[in-house]
Design a protein around this ligand. Structure first.
Ligand code: A2P
Length: 334
């Protein structure tokens, strides 16, 4: 079996570490592994498949080697600067940042949803926002069948989505310490504020969900609104999703479609208090869907509760699945 040289950029970070773990769990065929980070942690060691690797400092020459795939999780400005250098050297970049997501020459891919978009990549592929990914896995098969007219997203997002700084703010807040990263205390609180505020009063996270959903579904005019909220949960994003369809549907058909869709586990047995929970989604690669019920205020409306591990399916797992498809479909550049 052919093996590939893989760079993990941001290998010391929350998502980068998970990328290493998922590559190992999935038995991704790695020949050489190049963990990279900033000068701050160059020389540190990370573990992969029972071996220790020394973290290299990312610089302009990092991609002069014959690397097949680079998975970037080191923030937007690092991606902006270094992804094009990697791409020019025929390294295919899977980028976890928001830097290239809305670039029309860059595919934005959820493997269960729009794998065909990988075919037109020009060496950079964007991994969508964590909250968008989990929603897409559940919404695409329903859109195919009943055609979504409007989406209302309301999210309950874990602090790990902000990286180590967000995680520490919750840990320290529980101990009674002041917040250092979020604008307010996150412990015992909900902050309707993720990423920066835009001119239109939405946050950037809300606009990401709206714009990325349209790009992934290839529905430029779909009516979508979103409210994204940071909650005092360490891992796992939860979402209340309200849908209005063009076509009529039977609730049994919705259940069957979701039950048969790839990457989804339906947990919906309210009589026994069974519904998706962030605590249970933690450490899993799937998207969990429950509270499936008709929105009785609409002609053809549906409510769903969608939960996933934001560091796995929302980031690392999705990126590794993209890498797997690149290999499987012969879409690498060397
Ligand atoms: P470092 O450990 O050297 O700071 P998180 O999102 O969990 O905070 O992780 C961010 C990741 O991105 C870390 O691995 C961090 O490395 C890496 N990173 C941040 N800035 C840079 C940069 N300028 N060049 C390379 N890696 C970077």
């Amino acid at each position: 079996m052919k093996k590939y040289n893989v760079a993990v950029v941001g290998a010391t970070g929350m998502v980068g570490r998970k990328v290493l773990q998922v590559l190992e769990e999935q038995n991704f065929p790695v020949e050489k592994l190049y963990p990279m980070a900033s000068s701050r942690s160059a020389g540190q060691k990370v573990e992969f498949a029972g071996k220790e690797y020394v973290v290299e400092e990312l610089n302009e020459k990092s991609f002069d080697k014959d690397i097949h795939i680079a998975i970037f999780s080191a923030g937007g400005s690092t991606s902006e600067k270094f992804s094009p250098i990697a791409a020019k050297n025929n390294v295919v970049v899977v980028d976890n940042s928001s830097a290239f997501r809305m670039n029309p020459t860059v595919p934005l891919v959820v493997p269960e949803v729009n794998p065909e978009d990988l075919e037109w990549h020009q060496n950079i592929i964007a991994n969508p926002n964590c909250s968008t990914i989990q929603a897409m896995v559940a919404l695409k098969p329903l859109h195919e069948k009943f055609k979504i007219k409007r989406i209302v997203y309301s999210t309950y997002q874990a602090v790990s989505g902000s990286g180590i700084k967000g995680f520490e703010d919750l840990e320290n807040g529980i101990k009674g310490e002041e917040n250092k990263f979020y604008p307010h205390q996150i412990a015992y609180n909900c902050l309707p504020h993720i990423d920066v505020f835009m001119e239109n009063g939405y946050t950037k996270e809300e606009m990401k969900m709206i714009l990325e959903t349209r790009k992934i579904l290839h529905e430029d005019n779909m009516a979508i609104t979103a409210t994204t909220v940071r909650v005092p949960v360490f891992y796992g994003h939860s979402e209340s999703v309200n849908l209005e369809f063009e076509n009529d549907f039977q609730i049994e058909d919705v259940r069957e479609i979701l039950n048969n869709a790839p990457g989804i586990i339906v947990q919906d047995d309210v009589k026994n208090n069974v519904y998706p929970l962030a605590r249970e989604a933690e450490g899993k690669n799937e998207v969990f869907v429950g509270r499936i019920r008709r929105d009785e205020s609409l002609q053809s409306g549906l409510n769903l509760w969608i939960v996933a591990d934001n560091i796995r399916k929302g980031a690392a797992t999705n990126a590794v699945q993209i890498a797997e498809l690149l290999v499987k479909n012969n879409l690498l550049s060397r």
